[in-house]
Write a protein that binds this ligand. Structure first.
Ligand code: MSP
Length: 501
């Protein structure tokens, strides 16, 4: 059995989740669900990033202690993910003792290996990015990402000797050419490394809100320096070497393009410095933009996942996130776009097919689903769709996977329109057409289950099948002929009522 360990970035606990953070999380969830469906032993990790100045400032502004504030915020993230049917196996909070222990263990290793040194840092800092800026990074004196003023910081800090890792990183990426997907983002990471790496300040004395530096307790670690280590904490780093080695380094990190430098440059170097293998895979996603700007907690243009679920339903929202913005590209978020996709793919295609088939099975077969025709044209289409859908999920391309799955829906609708079983007398010919349509729907429910778990389970139930599509295995259970026939097919209310555009 193969293993699949997938992670999202851990989200800053400074504010509530929004559609942008939901985008990353839903993509990770769908990939995790796909891998469970093909029988991989899967571990899906998400969580909240709770240290750092940004979080401490947000707590102070709300008259709470950082701990009270992060308790509340991490709970909001959990609730948002629950409403989106996110099937994480572990939710990590960086304030947890297990994380503090792992961070101290990891960084003590880096220190013992001679890759830290004490120095004075003076530089510009963007609290929203939790990152240092060069003058050349600024636009009109403001952070180019957040369009906010930066602060001048001067502190005695420990530095990580990142500059020692340039050649090793380049060599590692040469040996692992597919580590970063898509290739444009790989080039971006290589560009950063080739431009030359400065040592980075990794501790703070100005705040106590962080993980204490084990060899100098006057310092706490800089938030990014503790955050990245969460990926190790969750698999027992420093405490359970068997578990750790079972999952590491074959991890798949999903991350947004704004945090390439931290994940694809710092993080592998940190791993090398601590004496472990760098993470094997990075999927870099783009941003959801609203009128050309990144949807962001600090930007005021955020839409909450709860509002989207209330408006469209959880699976329609998930489908939109997965279908409309290819992983790696930027996407435009608009209510018009979501509605158009909903009507085209969900109301007209999928919803219509389910309604049609169940209605005609009701009128022509007394509501009992017939068995599929082994020689139906749809059987070849289904085999091709299963192969294409699988290849696209495997490549981390949910939008292509769904496009492939929807081909089977369209072809089945077309088949019904050609044969018009509703106009024929009941009999073997009608049974063959309807049985095949039911079988196609069963396969669609299976293939779409990583994207739309609740809808797939509902289609499954309406077809008279027992259990849950998520308990099946692809490709075996997606082979033509799995629908036995003789089951009671339910005519339910429309799955996706058409919406006004
Ligand atoms: N806390 C750090 C990550 C530490 S991981 C060790 C962080 N948090 S964040 O909450 O600001 O962002 C987390 C992720 O959400 C990033 O990958 C970011 O790209 C993604 N997104 C934030 N806004 C987004 C959009 N508008 N669109 C798509 N992804 C978005 O960075």
């Amino acid at each position: 059995m193969a293993r699949f360990y997938i992670t999202t970035p851990i989200y800053y606990a400074n504010d509530a989740p929004h559609v942008g953070t939901a985008y990353t999380t839903v993509n990770a969830d769908a990939l995790a669900r796909w891998h469970r469906l093909i029988g991989d032993e899967t571990k899906f990790l998400t969580g909240t990033d709770e240290h750092g100045q940004k979080v401490a400032d947000a707590a102070a502004k709300n008259d709470q202690s950082p701990q009270e504030w992060t308790d509340l915020k991490s709970q909001q993230f959990r609730q948002a993910w629950e409403a989106l049917d996110i099937s994480y196996d572990d939710f990590i909070r960086t304030t947890e003792p297990r994380h503090h222990r792992a961070v101290q263990h990891f960084l003590q290793k880096i220190h013992d290996n001679g890759y830290t040194e004490l120095g004075v840092y003076q530089g510009l800092y963007c609290v929203s990015c939790e990152d240092y800026k060069k003058e050349s990074d600024l636009v009109d004196g403001l952070c180019a990402i957040h369009l906010r003023p930066v602060e001048l910081l001067e502190e005695e800090n420990y530095f990580f000797k990142l500059s020692a890792f340039g050649d090793r990183l380049l060599q590692w990426y040469e040996d692992h050419p597919d580590a970063i997907v898509p290739a444009t983002k790989r080039n971006e990471a290589l560009g950063i490394i080739k431009a030359g790496l400065d040592d980075i300040s990794i501790t703070r004395t100005s705040t106590k809100w962080g993980v204490e530096v084990p060899w100098d307790p006057a310092h706490v670690f800089y938030v990014w320096y503790d955050a990245l280590i969460n990926y190790l904490t969750a698999i027992g780093y420093g405490e359970d070497s068997e578990r750790f080695e079972y999952w590491w380094p074959a991890v798949h990190h999903l991350l947004g393009k704004d945090i390439i430098r931290f994940h694809c440059v710092w993080w592998p170097a940190m791993c090398m410095a601590a004496g472990i293998e760098p993470p094997a895979h990075f999927f870099v996603s783009g941003w959801l933009l609203v009128s050309g700007e990144k949807m962001a907690k600090s930007g005021g243009n955020q839409v909450t996942p709860a509002a989207m679920v209330a408006e469209y339903g959880v699976d329609a929202f998930r489908y939109h996130l997965l279908r409309d913005t290819p992983l790696g590209a930027d996407g435009d978020f608009s209510f018009e776009g979501v509605t158009a996709r909903y009507n085209a793919d969900l109301a007209n295609n999928l919803g219509n097919l389910v309604a049609r088939v169940s209605t005609v099975v009701g009128s022509k077969c007394g509501g009992i689903g017939p068995a599929p025709d082994p020689s139906s044209r749809l059987s070849a289409v289904a085999a091709e769709v299963v192969a294409d859908t699988s290849a696209a999920w495997e490549a981390g391309q949910p939008h292509l996977a769904l496009e492939a799955t929807w081909r089977l829906i369209r072809e089945t609708n077309a088949e019904l329109e050609t044969s018009e079983p509703w106009k024929s007398e009941p009999g073997p010919a009608v049974d063959a057409v309807l049985g095949s349509a039911l079988e196609a729907l069963r396969i669609v429910a299976l293939l779409a289950s990583p994207a739309m778990p609740a809808t797939s389970a509902e289609i499954w139930r309406r077809l008279g099948l027992t259990g849950d599509p998520a308990q099946c295995r692809v490709p075996d259970d997606a082979a033509w002929g799995g629908y036995a026939g003789g089951l009671t097919v339910e005519r339910g209310s429309p799955l996706f009522p058409r919406r006004k555009e």
